[in-house]
Design a protein around this ligand. Structure first.
Ligand code: TXA
Ligand code: MG
Length: 319
């Protein structure tokens, strides 16, 4: 399949391709997504195939407006409504009981559907042109770090999808916060840019992200979390304060100069935890392209977006 490259003045074309059953990768404020018509079993199966994604891992449905949501869901709880009003459009995904309109392939057979209204102007324009609900996982091969640039999408999915929208690098660089507020006790299923500190102001009883979801709960609540994720080919080691031994072949990313970083062949010192989050996945990809064997990643405090960054770092470091 020949992949078409789409530019800013052609976003209507991207929308049309999606509406006609095509697979289109496009930028969002979190990471690039790989979109297809959420009502079409056939289009959605193509997403799983292009990514090599396990079919038991459900997808997030993206829409441009609140009105588009009601036909897709059976109910909106009061807590969910508060979260929608406060945080949408933006980097948070909410779980709803699904209606028949959403393909069962999207939800991997679950009776809930995860939905997001992205704030990125390009994503918004494409969704408005498409006029359909668009299921979109991160636009990377399954298991690899999410794509934060169109070039990363190209590396993983060229010739496997219909089109790639060549937008700017994404701002946030980590995937959206996922919250399930369908039940009595809203909970964070995946940490992201919208933090527990912000969520608790709207949902005082929200259960923080637990970090170590056991297999059974993961299956019930957020199936994607038990799959291998975010891993570069290089071996990732988390460090705090100092690096072990001499590491001429290794790369380092973090906030501070640590003892031992002098010996690394490349060091990337980030300005803030936000900056670190935004640059991490691209750094992983660059390391793989350079054939680096070891990446040292400095640990950060687990508050604010630090919770999400540490979650991705831990997953990347799991062997
Ligand atoms: O920022 C993002 O969320 C990006 C952009 C493209 O929007 N998308 C993304 O999609 O990260 P993906 O497929 O890589 O991750 C979707 C996550 C998975 O952990 C999946 O298990 C969870 O959302 N999920 C999907 N549907 C769910 C549902 N009905 N209940 C609970 N978790 C669900
Ligand atoms: Mg993903």
């Amino acid at each position: 399949m020949k992949t078409v490259y789409i530019h800013e003045n052609q976003l209507a074309t991207a929308g049309e391709l999606l509406a006609n059953g095509g697979l289109v990768a496009f930028p969002t404020e979190t990471v690039y997504g790989l979109g297809a018509d959420a009502r079409s079993d056939e289009a959605i199966r193509c997403i799983f195939e292009a990514k090599g994604r396990p079919t038991d891992n459900p997808l997030i449905v993206h829409v441009a407006s609140f009105e588009q949501i009601y036909p897709l869901v059976l109910d909106v709880t009061a807590a969910t409504k508060r979260l929608m009003v406060r945080f949408w459009p933006g980097p948070i995904t909410l779980v709803f009981p699904k209606s028949k309109l959403v393909s069962n392939v999207v939800t991997a057979g679950m009776d809930t559907v995860a939905i997001r209204i992205p704030s990125h102007p390009w994503a918004h324009a494409i969704l408005k042109h498409a006029q359909i609900p668009v299921a979109a996982p991160s636009a990377n091969r399954s298991g690899s770090p999410s794509a934060t640039t169109w070039q990363a999408v190209q590396q993983d999915l060229d010739q496997r999808i219909d089109a790639i929208v060549c937008g700017p690098p994404t701002d946030i660089g980590l995937e959206s916060t996922v919250v399930d507020a369908t039940g009595e006790h809203p909970r964070i299923l995946r940490p992201g840019k919208i933090t527990w500190e912000e969520l608790v102001k709207v949902c005082p009883s929200i259960i923080p992200y637990s970090g170590h979801v056991d297999l059974e709960n993961a299956v019930l609540n957020s199936p994607g979390l038990r799959h291998r994720h975010y891993q570069p080919r290089a071996h990732v080691t988390l460090v705090h304060g100092h690096l072990p031994g001499v590491n001429q072949e290794a790369w380092f990313i973090g906030l501070n100069k640590s003892s031992g970083t002098d010996s690394c062949s490349r060091c990337l010192y980030c300005d803030s935890v936000e900056d670190y989050s935004a640059r991490l996945f691209d750094f992983f990809r660059q390391a793989d392209d350079a054939g680096v064997r070891t990446i040292f990643c400095e640990e950060v405090n687990e508050s604010g977006i630090g919770v999400a960054l540490m979650d991705r770092l831990r997953r990347a470091s799991q062997s």
